[in-house]
Design a protein around this ligand. Structure first.
Ligand code: GAP
Length: 442
């Protein structure tokens, strides 16, 4: 459910993202391509950190989840079995004046308007179904038989590999299979930056369990996923869990809750947690003719597991981390823009500056930079006055700046400046590593 539009409230974040190299419009020198975006040098680091934080929490720090990485193009029958060929549609209405196809809820919310008529009054035809999957052809012949789809979700790669994972690992029910990767949907997008795009990344985990345990696991994953955002610094008061009404449920799910975030344009979905029951495994068993069941040799148990699925959009998570971290405050009477990103997510953890570009400062600062960069991704900057260098790192979200000055050459201490508190103090270079570890918590 997306509520009242305030799209311009995103402008400062879009501007900062461009200015500092987080997110660029795709193909910009050709005028851009609607709702396609590229991650720049800082954005790609942020994205890796978000994906790593998710993988760490969902796979590495658990004993009951393994990972997988499936191909984007799959057998077309996968999408018949999953229901996407027949059900993955958006009902769209076409404007009689400008010919634009729009979603009814976007018109109702005042987000979409006729581009041509003066008073924005427009006549619509009856809603028609448009399938959201991108079609292409595999091989040299472009005919019906060679039609394939770009996956609209990563989940199906997990379901069709259920038997492979069970046979090749020592997983025991309950267990999960996690995947990160690109998905594609030919969506009507609504100028909300990276919130909804046609090409995006997902981080999904299918958690297989005994049917009678699925309600408890659903509760567990709802809480766990909400907490993940809070642990990474997102304001708890801007997060909520919202249960879907029966009429909102996707074709495969019996219960679903969204983690919602209070975006500048209102409360909107960030992540979905769905009870998919045995729908997918049963469908693939029927369509493939394979027996897809869980067999426990020890107690002679066979069953079709039920599935609880936390499904998050990587780009949408990144947008939330950017929005939530974006802060305007004042330093010594001057306005400052700062990204208060969690240290785990910050593209650079530390920036190292020589106070001057002479007197041995750069050599010493390079030494400190190389030492820190062994443990934490660091950035070296010797250009411009020190105040301006601090501002640049504030906008990049770098939690700590370390400055080498005259005193460093005498007593081997550096100035450590905290992005959020602006507090500065001197630390022995030999104690720097431990100080940073204590501050970051890793
Ligand atoms: N496998 C279930 C599934 O795909 P979904 O609610 O359609 O569920 C999960 O998608 C998440 O993926 C969403 O909560 C959202 O974060 C992200 N997502 C979905 N469509 C998106 C789009 N067009 N652009 C960006 N992110 C999207």
């Amino acid at each position: 459910m997306e509520s009242s539009p305030n799209i311009s409230a995103l402008d400062p974040i879009v501007a900062l993202a461009k200015r500092r190299g987080f997110v660029f419009p795709s193909s910009e020198i050709y005028g851009g391509l609607g709702s396609c975006y590229d991650y720049g040098p800082l954005g790609v680091e942020l994205k890796r950190n978000v994906k790593d934080a998710w993988w760490r929490s969902m796979v590495h720090r658990r004993e009951d989840v393994v990972g997988i990485d499936c191909s984007i193009i799959m057998h077309p029958r996968v999408w018949e079995a999953s229901g996407h060929v027949s059900n993955f549609n958006d009902p769209l209405v076409e404007c009689a004046h400008c010919g634009l196809r729009m979603r009814q809820d976007q018109i109702d919310a005042g987000i979409e308007k006729c581009a041509k008529s003066e008073n924005k009054q427009h006549a619509f035809g009856e809603p028609r179904s448009f399938n959201l999957m991108f079609k292409t052809h595999l091989g040299p012949v472009e005919d019906e038989a060679s039609t394939v789809y770009l996956r609209p979700e990563t989940a199906q790669g997990i379901f069709v590999n259920f038997l492979n994972v069970v046979d090749s690992t020592r997983v025991k029910l309950p267990f999960g299979i996690a995947q990160q990767g690109k998905s594609f949907r030919n969506e009507i997008t609504t100028r909300r930056f990276t919130f909804r795009t046609c090409e995006f990344e997902q981080m999904e985990m299918e958690f297989f369990c005994r049917p009678q345990e699925s309600a408890a696991w659903y509760e567990y994953w709802r809480k766990e996923r909400l907490q993940w955002f809070i642990d990474l610094g997102v304001s708890p008061e801007r997060l909520r869990l919202r249960d879907h009404r029966p009429d909102e449920l996707a074709h495969y799910s019996s219960a679903c809750a969204d983690v919602e975030y209070l975006f500048p344009f209102g409360w909107s979905e960030l992540e979905g947690i769905a009870c998919r029951g045995s729908f997918d495994l049963t469908q693939h068993a029927q369509h493939s003719g394979k027996t897809i069941i869980w067999r426990d040799q020890a107690n002679n148990e066979t069953l079709v597991p039920h599935v609880v699925e936390p499904a998050l959009g990587t780009d949408r998570a990144i947008l939330v981390f950017l929005i939530d971290a974006y802060t305007e405050d004042e330093v010594e009477g001057n306005p400052r823009t700062v990204l208060k990103l969690h240290p785990r997510l910050a593209p650079y953890k530390v920036a190292v500056f020589p106070l001057l570009r002479k007197d041995g400062h750069p050599e010493k600062a390079q030494e400190v930079y190389r030492m820190i960069n062994e443990s934490y991704h660091a950035f070296y900057d010797d250009s411009g006055n020190i105040g301006r260098r601090y501002r640049r790192q504030d906008e990049a979200g770098t939690p700590v700046c370390v400055t080498v000055d005259h005193q460093t050459l005498q007593d081997d201490t550096v100035t450590v400046r905290n992005r959020d508190t602006l507090e500065q103090h001197r630390v022995k270079i030999s104690a720097l590593r431990a100080e940073l570890a204590a501050l970051f918590g890793f």
